[in-house]
Design a protein around this ligand. Structure first.
Ligand code: NAI
Length: 490
């Protein structure tokens, strides 16, 4: 994807909604003046497409254009309320499996914040397609909602490798994996363990782990200590906005979304309907995303020229848009854009980082499957609805299990053990997880179908008395439990 002399790289441009077309036009103008080797292919997405009846907000021609070019720059897209369906942004991320969301957070010259002068300069690498954002949700009863938090070994491995690859490309010295592994030992713990597995391959980079809540705290207390932070989807969503706030807010923050086959660059802010069409929008965020795009295609010199022109414009503070200028001194998008163009070729006191090409590894499909040497079926969790008290439920389920291959080992309510009685003060809802263990664990052989008859027998007996929602098999891989115990279970 690197740009050779004279050749132009085709990039799909989505002008988007609200102020989107204004900031896109400004960005394209600056890049053209800077001699960026890019040929734009403008495509539609967002509100107008939803209005035509699309459920995704992204027409087929747009998907085809991005698929063919492998590169896109995107202005904000509105997520309609009341018509259409999904978020067009999410559609694009998921369709192209753009799993790495890269959010640079760097102190900008001329933008005063409580942290000015501290030298904040970090990148947050957020996993972008897994975790609770897979949107796998089910109402379990009318009062209990469930969201599945799915994290995968390849999902963790590729985002951690992306973080190290980016650290190397940008000459960064430290990668911190931020997780909630202390509570979610299997999901978040997988990210932590993957960090520990991959780190030794990068001896020149200092590697570490930090609990995500402490990470949020440290970001506020000592943000200059961070270099690269890699984290799961929801953690990253929250801390990347927090970090953007340290250096001037979402309005000036860029991001890239990288996958094995496509990359999409965007501003973090929304379509700003309050100022749309008035020529007041600040194009800094989209322009900064375009600078990331230039580096992605190997056009490092043009990227540095544009970045320095932006830095010096911000540092000198002449002709800033209203969101950055002192009250009453703001200019419009055109004047700000013109000022940046006038400054092309000038250099600020803020150094340009050394960047090297950075490409993600292309992952084969189904790298996920790693068969353990041994696999045993040790029990099942049955999730059921009842308004019985825990002790009465326990008594009835013990009776049901009596002549079966199972014993009832315990019952939990919202993850807290409530049977056998613990004396705790758990507030009970009508949704219980009932754990039945096989009296004799069943080895799972090649077909892995052993134990099904026993499970059907038990579930039928339970179903005759209770409404059950789902069943989880409890397995042991290589002698190790592949499930967690509820809080309070002895
Ligand atoms: P917003 O970011 O559009 O606006 C928040 C405030 O920041 C407004 O006062 C706006 O005028 C100001 N602002 C934002 N960008 C600016 C810029 N470049 N220059 C000057 N001022 C700027 O957030 P809001 O109002 O929550 O969302 C509006 C729409 O944008 C919604 O439909 C939302 O779904 C969409 N949106 C899209 C995103 C994307 O495409 N990545 C991200 C966030 C929101």
């Amino acid at each position: 994807m690197s740009a050779s002399a004279g050749a132009k790289t085709k990039v799909t441009a989505l002008p988007g909604d609200g102020i989107g077309p204004e900031v896109m036009a400004a960005t394209m103008k600056i890049l053209a003046e800077a001699g960026a080797p890019i040929e734009w292919e403008v495509a539609e997405a967002g509100a107008e497409v939803f209005k035509k009846g699309s459920v995704t907000g992204v027409p087929r021609e747009t998907l085809d254009s991005i698929a063919a070019n492998g590169l896109a720059i995107k202005s904000p897209l509105e997520t309609p309320v009341g018509y259409g369906g999904k978020s067009a942004n999410v559609t694009l991320r998921k369709y192209f499996e753009l799993y790495a969301n890269i959010r640079p957070v760097r102190e900008l010259p001329g933008i005063q914040t409580p942290y000015t002068g501290r030298g904040i300069d970090m990148v947050i690498v957020r996993e972008n397609v897994e975790d609770v954002y897979a949107g796998i949700e089910h109402m379990q009863t009318t009062t209990v909602a469930q969201c599945l938090k799915l994290m995968t070994a390849p999902g963790c491995e590729r985002i951690i490798r992306a973080a190290y690859g980016l650290a190397q490309a940008e000459g960064r010295k430290q990668v911190m994996v931020a997780t909630k592994a202390n509570i979610m030992k299997l999901t978040e713990g997988m990210m932590k363990r993957m960090g520990e597995k991959v780190a030794p391959e990068f001896p020149d980079i200092k590697s570490g782990h930090i609990i995500i809540d402490n990470c949020a705290h440290q970001l506020v207390i000592k943000p200059e200590a961070f270099d690269v932070i890699v984290t799961s989807n929801m953690n990253g969503d929250i801390i990347s906005d927090l970090a953007a706030g340290l250096v001037g807010g979402l309005g000036i923050a860029p991001s890239s979304n990288l996958g094995d086959h496509a990359a999409m660059f965007e501003a973090v802010h929304g379509s700003a309907p309050d100022i749309a069409g008035k020529g007041l929008a600040n194009p800094t965020a989209l322009l900064s995303a375009a600078i990331m795009l230039l580096r992605h295609i190997g056009s490092f010199e043009v990227a540095a020229t544009v970045e320095q022109a932006l830095f010096i414009t911000l540092a000198e503070g002449k002709n800033l848009t209203g969101d950055l200028a002192p009250r009453g001194h703001g200019v419009g998008t055109d004047a700000f854009t013109g000022q940046i163009i006038d400054n092309l070729g000038r250099f600020s006191t803020m150094p340009t980082r050394e960047y090297k090409p950075f490409e993600l590894k292309t992952w084969p499909e189904l790298t996920a499957h790693m068969e353990p040497d041994t696999r045993e079926l040790v029990g099942i969790d049955v999730f059921l609805e009842t308004d019985l008290r825990a002790e009465e439920l326990g008594r009835q389920l013990q009776a049901i299990a009596q002549d079966s291959p199972f014993t009832l080992s315990g019952i939990s309510n919202r993850g807290v053990s409530v049977f056998p009685p613990t004396g705790g003060q758990t507030f009970l809802v009508d949704h219980f997880a009932c754990r039945f263990m096989f009296k004799h664990p069943i080895p799972l052989l090649a077909s892995k179908s052993e134990g099904q008859a026993e499970i059907s027998y038990l579930v039928q007996r339970i179903g005759a008395k209770f409404t059950w929602m789902h069943i989880e098999k409890l397995q042991r891989f290589d002698g190790k439990d592949a499930f967690e115990r509820p809080q309070g279970e002895g």
